[in-house]
Design a protein around this ligand. Structure first.
Ligand SMILES: [Zn+2]
Length: 116
């Protein structure tokens, strides 16, 4: 909650120190100094990366692709969600994806033969 009597002052998003934002950057400034601004940007990038990773972890297709890449850890052959690819990206990418997965499977089978 922002105090009404602080006359435009706000707490820094990074160090929590109260500061008066530059009037030229009305409503945009969230940090008290360039150093804190840099840190804010770094944290935002970090958050974005973490969020992105979480999204791809929850993504059905990404999971299937991961399994196709690491069948030895999943312990079963990958099932390619061709219907999903077709709906999302069209028939041609689905064919390409099927081809690539077939390549991965045959490559993996060779690997398994090498390590009985
Ligand atoms: Zn600060």
């Amino acid at each position: 909650m922002m105090a009404k009597n602080s006359r435009g002052k706000r707490p820094c998003s990074i160090c929590r120190k109260w500061f008066a934002p530059d009037v030229r950057q009305k409503g945009r400034q969230r940090t008290c100094s360039p150093a804190c601004q840099k840190e804010l940007h770094r944290r935002q990038c970090e958050n974005w990366n973490r969020k992105n990773k979480a999204v791809s972890k929850n993504n059905y297709l990404a999971k299937k692709l991961e399994e196709a890449e690491n069948p030895q850890t999943s312990g079963k052959l990958p099932v390619l969600p061709l219907e999903v690819i077709e709906i999302e990206y069209g028939v041609k990418p689905a064919i390409i994806a099927q081809y690539l997965v077939t390549q991965v499977i045959s490559h993996t089978k060779e690997k398994i033969r090498e390590f009985p």
